[in-house]
Design a protein around this ligand. Structure first.
Ligand code: ADP
Length: 215
C-alpha cells in the first residue's frame, strides 16, 4: 500500500480521517502538529515552538525536518504511514522527496481535503480533544456521551489553544500563502487526489482503496 500525505486547510479533519484509516489499514499516524505539541513546553525548544504556534505561523523547517526524519526511522512505519500536517510548504515537499530517496520509502499519494473556510472554522471552534488518548470530538456535530468526558478512555476533553477565531484566521492565511501552492505542485506530479469534505465520514473505503493500492 502507498503511503499517504494529507493536505487540507486547518481543522479540516485530517487528524480524524488519519485515525480512521490507521485503524482500518494499519498505517502509522504521523502528525507534525502532535509531534510539536509533545515537545516538553518548558524546554528551550518547546518555548520556541509554542511562541510560533501562538501566532498561527509555521514552525521553522529545521525543527520540522529533524522531527520528521527521526520519526521516519522508527520500525512502525514499515507497514505504511500517513503524514498529517507535513509537507506544508514547497520547500518541505522538496525535502520530503529527498527523504523518500534517502530512506528508501515507498511511493505515496497526496489526498487533498477540500473544505470552505467557514466550515473549517466551524470545526476548529467546536473541536474538543481527549487529553489522554487524543480522540477528537466536536461540541455540536460529534458530542461525547457525557459532556467533557472521553467515550473511549474516560479522559477529560479540552480545546486546543490555537482553536479560537483570531488564531484560526491567521492559520488560514498561512495555509493560503504557504500550503495551498502544494496542490498545483502535486497535481503536476500526478500524485493528487481531491476529496470534497461534506460530513465526518466523507472518505469512503472505495475512494481510499482505489488510491492506496500499489500499481
Ligand atoms: P491544523 O492542521 O488544525 O492547523 P496541526 O496540528 O496540523 O493543526 O498544526 C498546528 C500548528 O503546528 C500549525 O499552525 C503550525 O504552527 C505547526 N505545524 C504543524 N505542522 C507543521 C509543518 N509541517 N511545518 C511548520 N509548522 C507546522
Amino acid at each position: 500500500m502507498k503511503n499517504i500525505i494529507f493536505i487540507a486547510p486547518p481543522a479540516a479533519g485530517k487528524g480524524t480521517q488519519s485515525e480512521l484509516l490507521c485503524e482500518k489499514y494499519g498505517y502509522a499516524h504521523i502528525s507534525t502538529g502532535d509531534l510539536l505539541r509533545s515537545v516538553n513546553p518548558t524546554s528551550e525548544l518547546g518555548i520556541e515552538i509554542n511562541n510560533l504556534m501562538k501566532t498561527g505561523s509555521l514552525v521553522s523547517d529545521e525543527i520540522i525536518f529533524k522531527l520528521i526524519e527521526e520519526r521516519l526511522q522508527k520500525e512502525d512505519i514499515k507497514n505504511g504511514f500517513i503524514l498529517d500536517g507535513f509537507p506544508r510548504t514547497i520547500k518541505q515537499a522538496i525535502a520530503y522527496e529527498e527523504l523518500v530517496n534517502k530512506l528508501n520509502l515507498k511511493d505515496y499519494v497526496v489526498i487533498y481535503i477540500k473544505i470552505s473556510e467557514n466550515e473549517a472554522m466551524n470545526r476548529a471552534l467546536g473541536r474538543l480533544g481527549c487529553t489522554s488518548c487524543g480522540k477528537i470530538y466536536h461540541k455540536v456535530n460529534s458530542k461525547p456521551k457525557t459532556e467533557g468526558i472521553c467515550d473511549v478512555c474516560g479522559g477529560s476533553l479540552t480545546s486546543r489553544d490555537d482553536d479560537n477565531e483570531e488564531l484560526f484566521k491567521k492559520r488560514f492565511v498561512t495555509y493560503l500563502e504557504k500550503t495551498q501552492p502544494l496542490i498545483d505542485y502535486y497535481k503536476k506530479a500526478n500524485k493528487l487526489v481531491e476529496i470534497p469534505s461534506n460530513d465526518d465520514k466523507y472518505i469512503t473505503n472505495e475512494m481510499i482503496e482505489k488510491v492506496i493500492i500499489d500499481d
